[in-house]
Design a protein around this ligand. Sequence first.
Ligand code: KG4
Ligand code: ZN
Length: 316
Amino acid sequence: MKYQNILSIETSCDDTSIALLRDYEILNNIVISSSKIQNEYGGVVPEVAAREHEKNIIKAYKQINNVIQKNNINLNLIAYTYEPGLRVCLNVGESFATTLSSLLNVPTMRINHIYAHIFSFYDELNKQDLEFPFLSLVASGGHTTIFLVNSPSDIKVLNETLDDAVGEVYDKIARSLNLGYPGGPAIDNLYDDSKATIKFINHHANMQFSFSGLKTTVLNYINSIKMKNNYIDVETVASSFQRNVVDILIEKLKYYMENYNIDIIAIGGGVAANSLLQQEIRNIGARKIFIPKKAMCGDNAAMIAIYSRLLLDFNM
Ligand code: KG4
Ligand code: ZN
């Protein structure tokens, strides 16, 4: 096979990742996160993240190179994230990829990070189960989008947030509740269905995703309690917020399932790791659901390699 062995690079935000794919089998997927460092700044500072990528990309490559040498792997392609993301961070991955490409004489392929999130379930899937078209919700720190996916190279946006992304709102609310960064897993871990008692917003208001209203309502609620020096019931606020967000995501997905007559649903992106979202997706009434394993939800290079290989296979 012409593209049997693919090395991939991901540096769009605060995770430095290099992976090795052999015929859709992930041989290695190294992710070095700088989120602890970002936590000290209260969020991702692009220049700080870029500096971490510069250090970590060498470390990750050394580990991958050991696997390449040990298994005598002949690389056929270097796939890397070129958009979207933090420009200074993407630049680190791109210059590493192009340098490696000229040193090893292996071609490169530029990959859209968000499209790679869409197909991050693929390594877990029985390959014959892949079916088009499907609806995909990609929710991360920078994006909240529902796509209509007709093939790996035919992807249409149906709904995109007008303002904040879901992950970003998770991070801001978690920060206000002193739960640290990234906020998604922290809030998810606290979730208790019986404590989701506050209805922050009426989510039927808008056809298009919009999360800044919900964010402001929750933050105002927290601040008003803080100002009165009253006790904040963190679990109740976190659980109610999570219930509100997941209800909005599910409601919109249902709308597109009905209106486009599609009964296959995929999710991807950091927020796809959310336990309540996964539970509700399983109950959404779809004929097939494609859910990535947790390690593949967040940013990682394996999904970059998988998507590059799918593009090659489907366009042949
Ligand atoms: O896809 P990703 O790793 O990076 C971006 O491309 O943004 O997504 C990171 C986002 C963060 O905002 C993080 O708080 C959120 O995904 N996240 C979650 C969960 N795990 C990560 N949000 C909700 N529930 C989770 N379990
Ligand atoms: Zn991402």
